[in-house]
Design a protein around this ligand. Structure first.
Ligand SMILES: CCCCC/C=C\C/C=C\C/C=C\C=C\C(=O)SCCNC(=O)CCNC(=O)[C@H](O)C(C)(C)COP(=O)(O)OP(=O)(O)OC[C@H]1O[C@@H](n2cnc3c(N)ncnc32)[C@H](O)[C@@H]1OP(=O)(O)O
Ligand SMILES: Cc1cc2nc3c(=O)[nH]c(=O)nc-3n(C[C@H](O)[C@H](O)[C@H](O)COP(=O)(O)OP(=O)(O)OC[C@H]3O[C@@H](n4cnc5c(N)ncnc54)[C@H](O)[C@@H]3O)c2cc1C
Length: 536
């Protein structure tokens, strides 16, 4: 019924909405949100209120001057009892005049690192009344007399965030394809230095250091696209089960969505930054689009759940799985490897060997965390303090778990798809899987030395494998980014345009600057000249 009322109007854009959960005082700790929705059975309305400055909603995209409705997450009070945070759909502006409704204070939060077009806003309520059916009642309800009907699963309130986190993994694949396309095309056009006096300046793409900076971004885009597809399929399956009242698989989805969102956004932000830096000064131009792309990807490390907080959510699940598995109880498919108690096998420099190695690292780290927490608790430390003192290790265990999931998924999905591909295409994709896997083995070699039987000669061989792969991939690099098929209008980059006219485009963009409208800018007459004449 509520969906019939709101969805059609949202689809045809009569309702422009946003998701107003975060407040000035709380973004992570949802149970600490201060906005209240108090039920008045006499009028069958909820009274929305922002009791403090820190209760003001802060950050919701589009809230400042675009949205006329929003989903507000507030502490639901009825019959004198606080039932915790619940979502409400609330009209905040007049649909004709767009004026804020009486009792609504709304505005723009100010300049940000990037996302300048996102119109993020603030929102405060002063005893603002909304009808009872403003409460989104799919999970919990408040009856006309104020009786609260509990949701069959309180965590369903958090469902929106799981959905977006699942989507963000695929988003990161896209953003990395943009960064890799810009930086690799530019690296094919840019010639610099003279390592061989009697030869012309080479393409910077031929410097192995440049390949080391860029090819991982290209491979990660494919790894995250494939992992994002797997995660989406998992989400659809869990959501279908939830619809029929079975929430058994939700905890596993929440845990894997948290760590994959955190790791893919962190990798995307750092690899886009590497793409920017690999383009030298021109990568620092806004017209290259790389600074804007960095602003977009680094924001993803914060929104939809701050990365550390989400990695700790996954760690919470891994520790619980370890404790459950130690009692002989079955674990979820993504966490079952934690109970592999077989002896550490002889190290193999193969994809399967490395993937198995990362699972050993994750299981070893989880075991170390459980041991440290148990030891601290036995010494009289509270569980909460023991958790906090172990939290650096817990985050590392989550990261290792996430990497093991990505490596295994990337390899399995490409192997499965390869049968239907032409041999040359299958070969190139396998090279990207190989590069991605060996890159991370070298990045985390310390962990592998701690938790597997990898030896020095294996590491040397992996380094050589990696450098050989850079050489093998080089001839196909431009073709691989062209295959992302990103139009110039989408790339929006002087460095990444398909025609490679970088220098002409840089100059064309520069000449558009208003500061080039006249040969002597007014600042000379207002400031420089008086200063030079000692008059300032
Ligand atoms: C389509 C793609 C769009 C991409 C975006 C495009 C453009 C981007 C531009 C800008 C961004 C756009 C929008 C941004 C929006 C936002 O940022 S919305 C706000 C997002 N905020 C958060 O994510 C808040 C993060 N905080 C939390 O999730 C919780 O507060 C946290 C879980 C961290 C802690 O809460 P707490 O109550 O303390 O939980 P516990 O740690 O005690 O755990 C309680 C149990 O609940 C389980 N659980 C927690 N969360 C979930 C969940 N989401 N789903 C399922 N289950 C959950 C948790 O596992 C515990 O269970 P157990 O007790 O262990 O059994
Ligand atoms: C571009 C952008 C768009 C956004 N859009 C929206 C939107 O549309 N709607 C919306 O509701 N919100 C939105 N947000 C807000 C976003 O969801 C929050 O910023 C995010 O949830 C983090 O919360 P916070 O800002 O309160 O950070 P905090 O939680 O205060 O984090 C600050 C630091 O504290 C640490 N910390 C916090 N809790 C713990 C813990 N338990 N253990 C260890 N460390 C901890 C964090 O790791 C972090 O280092 C947006 C944010 C950005 C940047």
């Amino acid at each position: 019924e509520q969906q019939e009322k709101w969805v059609p109007r949202a689809v045809n854009m009569e309702i422009i909405g946003t998701y107003a959960q975060t407040e000035l005082g709380h973004g992570t700790f949802l149970r600490g949100l201060e906005t209240t929705a108090t039920y008045d059975p006499n009028t069958e309305e909820f009274v929305l209120n922002s009791p403090t400055l820190t209760a003001y909603k802060w950050w919701p995209g589009g809230l400042a001057h675009t949205a006329n409705h929003c989903v507000v997450v507030a502490q639901l009070h009825s019959k004198g009892v606080n039932h915790g945070v619940h979502p409400f759909i609330v009209q905040i502006r007049d649909e004709d005049t767009h004026m804020p409704l009486p009792g609504v204070k709304v505005g723009e939060i100010g300049p940000k690192l990037s996302f300048s077009t996102a119109n993020n806003g603030f929102l405060g309520f002063d005893n603002f009344r909304v009808p009872r059916d403003s409460m989104l009642m799919k999970n919990a309800q408040v009856l006309k007399d104020g009786t609260y009907v509990k949701s069959r699963l309180s965590k369903l309130t958090y469902g929106t965030m799981v959905f977006i986190r699942v989507m963000i993994v695929t988003d990161m694949a896209y953003y990395l394809s943009v960064g890799a396309t810009i930086a690799i095309r530019y690296s094919a056009v840019r010639h610099q230095s003279k390592p061989k006096e009697n030869e012309p300046e080479p393409q910077i793409l031929d410097y192995v250091t440049q390949q080391h900076k860029l090819f991982i971004a290209l491979a990660s885009s494919h790894a995250f696209r494939v992992t994002g597809q797997w995660l989406w399929t998992t989400f659809v399956r869990v959501n279908k089960a939830l619809t029929s009242g079975n929430a058994d698989t939700l905890p596993e989805l929440h845990a894997v969505a948290c760590c994959l969102k955190a790791v893919t956004t962190r990798d995307a932000a750092s690899m886009v930054e590497a793409c920017r830096m690999s383009c030298g000064g021109h990568g620092y131009m806004t017209s290259s689009y790389l600074p804007i792309l960095y602003g977009i990807t680094t924001a993803a490390c914060t929104y939809e759940g701050e990365n550390t907080v989400l990695l700790l959510q996954t760690a919470r699940s891994l520790v619980k799985a370890w404790q459950k598995g130690s009692k002989g109880k079955p674990l979820s498919p993504t966490e079952a490897y934690l109970m592999d108690k077989s002896p550490v096998p002889k190290w193999e420099n193969t994809l399967d060997g490395i993937i198995a190695g990362f699972r050993r690292v994750s299981a070893g780290k989880v075991q170390d965390c459980v041991s440290k927490i148990d030891k601290l608790v036995k010494m009289g430390t509270s569980y909460e303090d023991a958790w906090n003192q172990t939290s650096v290790r817990l985050v590392a265990a989550s990261e290792a778990h996430s990497r093991a999931v990505i490596l295994a998924t990337f390899r399995a999905e490409v192997s499965r798809a390869a049968a239907a591909l032409s041999p040359p295409l299958a070969r190139v994709l396998h090279q990207l899987v190989h590069l991605y896997t060996v890159y991370w083995a070298l990045e985390r070699v310390g962990d592998l030395l701690l938790y597997t039987s990898i030896a020095e000669r294996d590491v040397q061989e992996l380094q050589q494998q990696y450098e050989d792969l850079l050489q093998k991939i080089r001839p196909n690099t431009v073709g691989l980014v062209d295959a992302f098929d990103l139009r110039d209008e989408i790339l929006n980059s002087t460095l990444g345009a398909y025609d490679g006219r970088v220098y002409e485009r840089l100059m064309e963009e520069a000449l558009k600057s208003p500061l080039n409208a006249e040969p002597v800018n007014q600042s000379f007459h207002k400031y420089l000249k008086p200063f030079m004449q000692g008059k300032l």
